[in-house]
Design a protein around this ligand. Structure first.
Ligand SMILES: *[C@@H]1O[C@H](CO)[C@@H](O)[C@H](O)[C@H]1NC(C)=O
Ligand SMILES: [Fe+2]
Length: 276
């Protein structure tokens, strides 16, 4: 499947083609100079064709071009461009205005796009429900509330996670799991996020362990790169947080039994792709 870049980004994409390795990355950084970014963002405001969801897809594709063995090194320009683009997309364009909610007390999940190197999805959480405490090992997540209010609690590891494994992987799946509790520090304590708060970024080290609780029924988008991939050591773990005398601990647990989602079809703006 080949993606079609809309907008002026196409020029950037083409100039980068044929490059490879660090050289191409430098070239790309050049294109992400503040000037280039401004020019691009001006264009994003008036998409000529394709639309903003297509532009978001294109930016994600560019940002993940130089991934080495599943490890992603992002630059300031990547964060800002993706944030600005995501921030600009309306619930209608994503196909999930409040009117789509059928009022059922169930968590809805919608895949916006799903690629090898990045994904975007939406959740609608009914008031009072929550996405249980979970993590995104080695991943970056851009989150934006489309409507409603949610309360976010997040934690950072006190000490960096040991590199999951080296090239000697694959090992048995059971060996891939480290279920020992570890110490964490609080990053956000029941912080309320609304649409007007814009895009919030989770990195491999900041806010990576988090829980989203709906204050009112709410809907938010997550743009994730790289995606969960069990074989690359990027599996989703759920946690219980315990405050103890010696500090706050995160203890891996099974996926909570009451956490159930209903998958809904994506009906927003589509990303144009050509079968190839
Ligand atoms: C995924 O990322 C790798 C590493 O950056 C890149 O070589 C590859 O082309 C990407 N895959 C797709 C489908 O774009
Ligand atoms: Fe998350």
């Amino acid at each position: 499947m080949v993606w079609v870049v809309c907008l002026a980004m196409a020029g950037i994409g083409l100039r980068l083609q044929g490059g490879g390795g660090g050289g191409a990355r430098k070239e790309r950084l050049g294109k992400y100079s503040p000037y280039a970014a401004e020019r691009q963002l001006t264009t994003l405001e008036e998409p000529e064709e394709g639309g903003k969801v297509g532009a978001l897809f294109g930016l994600c594709n560019l940002a993940t071009q130089n991934m080495v063995e599943g490890k992603l090194q992002l630059y300031e320009g990547d964060f800002e461009l993706i944030s600005t683009c995501l921030n600009d997309i309306t619930p209608e364009e994503f196909g999930f205005p409040p009117s789509r909610d059928d009022g059922k007390p169930i968590i809805d999940y919608v895949d916006i796009f799903e690629e090898k190197n990045f994904t975007a999805c939406m959740f609608k959480i009914p008031a009072g429900s929550r996405l249980p405490m979970h993590d995104h090992p080695g991943m970056y997540v851009w989150s934006k509330v489309l409507w409603g209010e949610m309360e976010v609690s997040s934690y950072d590891r006190e000490t960096a996670q040991a590199t999951p494994r080296d090239k000697s992987f694959p090992s048995l799946p059971s060996q891939a799991l480290d279920l020992r509790p570890f110490k964490v520090k609080t990053k956000r304590d029941r912080e309320v996020w609304r649409s007007e708060d814009g895009v919030k970024i989770t990195t491999p080290t900041e806010g990576n362990i988090h829980e989203f609780r709906a204050v009112t029924t709410c809907c938010f988008v997550d743009v994730i790169m790289p995606p969960y991939d069990f074989m690359q050591g990027r599996r989703c773990t759920y946690y219980e947080i315990n405050d103890r005398e010696d500090g706050t601990w995160a203890r891996p647990i099974r996926c909570p039994a009451d956490y159930v989602t209903r998958s809904l079809k994506y009906i927003g703006e589509t990303v144009e792709t050509i079968e190839g």
